[in-house]
Design a protein. Structure first.
Length: 90
């Protein structure tokens, strides 16, 4: 398995919010280095965990999707205080 690279790139995301739970990502859009916009549907959320870095609380989602006919694992980060998403690793 190829090692993931840290990207920490802001993304636009579609998520489902269930009462009393953290949001579950369904789809996100990001811009690649060449300027190409990619839309990825989140096929599976393998795990999620609440973490803290300094005073910043966030939820880290380990996900898997079929991208260009390949199973790809990646991590999405939802930063609670700022209500924003990052493609953390891919």
């Amino acid at each position: 398995m190829e090692e993931m690279k840290i990207l920490a790139q802001p993304v636009e995301a579609v998520a489902v919010f269930y009462r009393g739970q953290y949001p579950m990502p369904r789809k996100f859009r990001y811009v690649e280095r060449d300027g190409c916009v990619k839309v990825v549907t989140v096929d599976r959320v393998l795990a999620s965990e609440v973490r803290r870095l300094g005073s910043l609380d966030y939820v880290l989602y380990q996900c898997q999707s079929l991208i260009c006919e390949q199973e790809v694992r990646y991590e999405l980060k939802y930063i609670l205080k700022e209500a924003r998403w990052e493609l953390f690793k891919m």
